[in-house]
Ligand binder design. Structure first.
Ligand SMILES: [Zn+2]
Length: 471
């Protein structure tokens, strides 16, 4: 069996101490940020793509980072072989690895972890993580993700005996969350007395079946997306599910105040929420005052407008530019993420000095459709998105629910062959719907462009059709 990449205890310990100090002192954080940026820039010179960029704009520190031209996923994926600093990381090597590796947490080239994203912004991504990156994620998880008021709690306690984890996610692909969980289970199973009991469940499973599986597993910690947790919470409140959770970990979608209240009422346990991406696993962690704190010692996040110009604190951004200070194998310098983020510029009552941000992240509508016998069937937005993205390899779409038994699929103008793309998406959707007892639902090809949210201009991929037809 291929091994899974591990972090050396020495590296772990030293980053733990640094991260602990940076969390408490802004001066320490700034010094660490500059040192990490300098070392990232030095490493990036081994990447032909960044060497070109840095020749045009010499960057010495975070103060002149803005001189560097931003980069987007499409360009990195197109120039994949020019991107990595380790010249052995090529597209053909990764593709071969993805085809032949049987376990999500297998090491690539003996030292890296690989995950993919299904492409909410249109292009699927392949992300290779080195030991430094994995160490940073682990340390952030240990110190900040679980919003401990006391730093005495080491990560192992989260995995300690007696806890039963249920991870409900898109499990079909090699997604970051699934890879990270698989890796931790493999690392911890070496110490059988500490091995957590963990089970993964697919978010594409019909809700009633998912609930029955969870009921049987009886997790103490449930890890999932807000929309899925809310659907389960409704079942719990209606008496169709009796989970006794000690913690609920959420991520991947925006969490609203209403959802939060419902989850508390249903499960009566602490919620742990975070904001992350395939590109950086834990961008911000929520504190006990329910505010997201940016991990500004491990990443630089620049809020920008539509033209990618910097925005002052207080204004919601059109996108953000991410600089990942931990991963040297595939550098991300001023990498565009299409999330609307607002730096509040306010101090938080929890006492943390880490900047407070608000994120208008990924979210969609949970659809309630009717089967042939007019019974309600709940469909999660993320499950629908995944069914289309993975089943049809179509990413530029919007799915509108126009009636309890009708869906309209719209494609973005850049889709090259819309008739073929619709055909594939329709077939993937049909299979997914049939699995939910919704074989009779009509799927129409909408010819108008997808609707954008009025306030943010963002595309909500799965949503109810508006009452008034759009022009
Ligand atoms: Zn706080």
């Amino acid at each position: 069996m291929n091994h899974t990449p591990a972090v050396s205890p020495w590296l772990w310990g030293s980053l733990f101490a640094q991260t602990l100090a940076a969390g408490a002192d802004a001066q320490v954080a700034r010094a660490l940020r500059e040192a990490r940026l300098a070392s990232l820039l030095a490493a990036a010179r081994a990447s032909p793509l960044y060497r070109e960029r840095l020749q045009h704009a010499p960057v010495h520190g975070s103060d002149d980072l803005h001189a560097l031209e931003p980069v987007a996923k499409a360009e990195l994926m197109q120039r994949f072989d020019d991107w990595a600093t380790d010249r052995a990381v090529t597209r053909s090597a990764v593709d071969r690895f993805l085809e032949t590796s049987h376990d999500l947490a297998d090491a690539f080239l003996g030292r890296y972890l690989v995950w993919t994203s299904s492409g909410t912004s249109g292009t699927p991504g392949i992300f290779v993580q080195d030991e430094g990156s994995l160490a940073a994620y682990e340390v952030l998880d240990a110190l900040r993700l679980r919003s401990q008021t006391s730093y005495a709690t080491l990560p192992l306690t989260a995995w300690s005996a007696g806890q039963r984890f249920a991870f409900v996610a898109a499990t079909g692909g090699r997604f970051a969350g699934a890879v990270a969980i698989t890796r931790l289970v493999r690392l911890h199973s070496a110490w059988s007395w500490l091995a957590p009991q963990i089970s993964t469940f697919s978010v594409l499973t019909p809700l009633a079946q998912l609930a029955a599986e969870l009921q049987q597993w009886q997790p103490t910690v449930l890890i999932t997306y807000p929309s899925c947790a809310v659907a389960l919470a409704r079942l719990q409140l209606a008496g169709g599910l009796t989970l006794r959770l000690s913690e609920l970990w959420l991520g991947g979608e925006q969490l609203s105040t209403g959802q939060r209240a419902l989850l508390r009422r249903a499960f009566g346990c602490p919620l742990r929420n975070n904001y992350g991406a395939s590109e950086f696993f834990t961008i911000a962690c929520e504190c006990e005052h329910e505010r997201l704190h940016l991990n500004d010692d491990w990443l630089i996040l620049e809020p920008v407008d539509r033209q990618l110009r910097p925005l002052p604190a207080g204004e919601p951004s059109h996108a953000v530019l991410l600089t990942h200070l931990a991963n040297h194998v595939q550098p991300l310098l001023r990498y565009r993420l299409d999330d609307a983020v607002r730096f509040t510029g306010e101090a938080c009552a929890c006492g943390s000095r880490l900047p407070v941000i608000e994120v208008q992240g990924r979210s969609g509508h949970t659809l309630v459709m009717h089967d042939e016998r007019d019974r309600e069937v709940t469909l999660l937005p993320l499950a629908l998105e995944t069914a289309i993205e993975e089943g049809a390899q179509v990413t530029h779409f919007q799915l509108l629910c126009t009636a309890p038994d009708a869906l309209e699929l719209r494609l973005e103008p850049e889709v090259a062959d819309p008739v073929a793309a619709f055909g594939r998406a329709q077939a993937a959707l049909r299979a997914f719907l049939a699995g939910h007892g919704l074989g009779q639902v009509r799927i129409e090809h909408g010819r108008r462009p997808p609707l954008r949210e009025r306030a943010s201009g963002k595309l909500c991929r799965v949503r109810m059709a508006p009452r008034e037809p759009d022009a």
